[in-house]
Ligand binder design. Structure first.
Ligand code: FES
Ligand SMILES: [Fe+2]
Length: 410
């Protein structure tokens, strides 16, 4: 029997239909690495408070490209590809640390904190024999360097000279909301963990922009009225669709029948320890829940008094590392810090709210396993990507795909 290779359909429709092959196609994944992660976007790298001292460094990725971020002697932050210029080994093997300089373990080529090649072991050979050619110039070789910028203690990097400044990139709404959460105060890490998601990274990028699902998938949200679509709030999306903020305000009244008849939301449920939900309005804005995304892989969230960074990184076509960093302010009162630590139980891999996000992408992977030529429907809230004073919309997901398609040309 002749065996034809299936030809995947091109993606001609608007961003209201997303073909399932887009998560798997090898050529598409290679294109997104080159044109998106290595293209004109600000990739989240780390937090400034993770590298406060000279020589402090962290390892991360732009897509699949390994990167080192380090605090140099002059106090500035540098970032460079974690790839030895010699034969390509990782220069740094750990997640982070403090170093005076970096040595590749393979043949001991040495780099400074900016990733500049400093010396080559046995460059002149041994006893006059061997070694590198005399005209070999170290300055012409080294890992790729990133442009680095910081915003509210958050460090971003890009390989492209075309990336606009970070304020322009994220737009005024996201800038203002991020400023409330992270600006003006010194951030302090109060916990961290990593979970492995059984799905392509773009499914999680959709999930964090999916303002429609929160109160339906996450029963804890709806049951305890932390986040219902009937509560005030809305969805703010920047001009090109790349970044968004979704906000849920505290309910105006206790009586709310909007969820009657939906999956077992029982108004009679009570927590044995209600202190879990005992939050304070620390910014005076009545925000119960807020998700702030920066394209492509950064999220900052506020849930009650939980403040967290979520950084998700592709690990192949159907695997994603999701790094959680839980934050407080350095000047938190003991009472506020205790609330944050207690409420962290809502978030993370086993969080009362967020545990469902850890598996839902896997359910999509399994459900759509034989449907690469089919599409999902992304039509809630219309066809566009404009900000709306509702969360019953998928506008932010359409925004993600508009930018993804613009960058990849797919
Ligand atoms: S690969 Fe790094 S020194 Fe050889
Ligand atoms: Fe969710």
């Amino acid at each position: 029997m002749p065996h034809d290779t299936p030809v995947l359909p091109s993606w001609t429709s608007e961003t209201t239909r997303v073909p399932f092959w887009i998560y798997k196609d090898a050529a598409a994944l290679e294109t997104e690495q080159k044109r998106l992660f290595e293209g004109p976007v600000w990739n989240y790298l780390c937090l400034e408070c993770e590298i406060p001292e000279t020589g402090d460094w962290r390892a991360t990725y732009l897509g699949e490209m390994p990167v080192v971020v380090a605090r140099d002697h002059d106090g500035t932050i540098a970032a460079f590809e974690n790839r030895c210029a010699h034969r390509g080994a990782l220069i740094c093997l750990d997640d982070g640390g403090n170093a005076k300089e970096f040595h590749c373990i393979y043949h001991a080529w040495r780099y400074n904190l900016r990733g500049d090649l400093q010396s080559i072991a046995f460059q002149r050979g041994v006893n006059g024999k061997g070694g590198m050619p005399p005209d070999f110039k170290m300055s012409g070789h080294g890992p790729r360097k990133l442009r680095v910028t910081t915003l509210f203690g958050i460090v971003f990097g890009t390989l492209s000279f075309d990336t606009p400044d970070i304020e322009t990139f994220i737009g005024p709404d996201v800038l203002r909301r991020l400023g409330v959460a992270a600006g003006g105060k010194k951030l302090e890490i109060i916990g961290r963990c990593t979970e492995v998601l059984p799905n392509n990274w773009k499914m999680y990028a959709e999930n964090v922009r999916d303002t429609y699902h929160a109160s339906l998938l996450h029963l804890f949200f709806a049951t305890f009225k932390l986040n219902r679509l009937s509560q005030g709030g809305g969805t703010e999306i920047n001009e090109d669709g790349s970044c968004h903020v979704s906000t849920t305000l505290a309910p105006e009244q206790e009586e709310d029948r909007a969820y009657d008849g939906l999956r077992s939301v029982d108004d009679d449920f009570r927590l044995n320890d209600p202190s879990l939900l005992d939050a304070v309005d620390e910014h005076g804005d009545r925000v119960r829940q807020q998700i702030m995304s920066v394209f492509p892989t950064f999220v900052m969230q506020r849930t009650q008094n939980v403040m967290a960074v979520r950084h998700f990184l592709p690990r192949g076509p159907d695997k994603t590392d999701l790094h959680w960093i839980f934050l407080g302010y350095a000047d938190d009162t003991p009472d506020l810090r205790t609330r944050r630590l207690r409420q962290i139980n809502l978030s993370g891999p086993a969080g009362y709210v967020s545990l469902e996000d850890g598996c839902i992408g896997g359910f999509v992977e399994r459900g759509a396993a034989a449907a690469r030529d089919k599409t999902s429907i992304v039509e809630m809230g219309g066809l566009g990507i404009e900000s709306q004073d509702t969360r019953a919309t998928e506008a932010a997901i359409r925004g993600f795909w508009r930018v993804w398609r613009g960058l990849t040309g797919i």
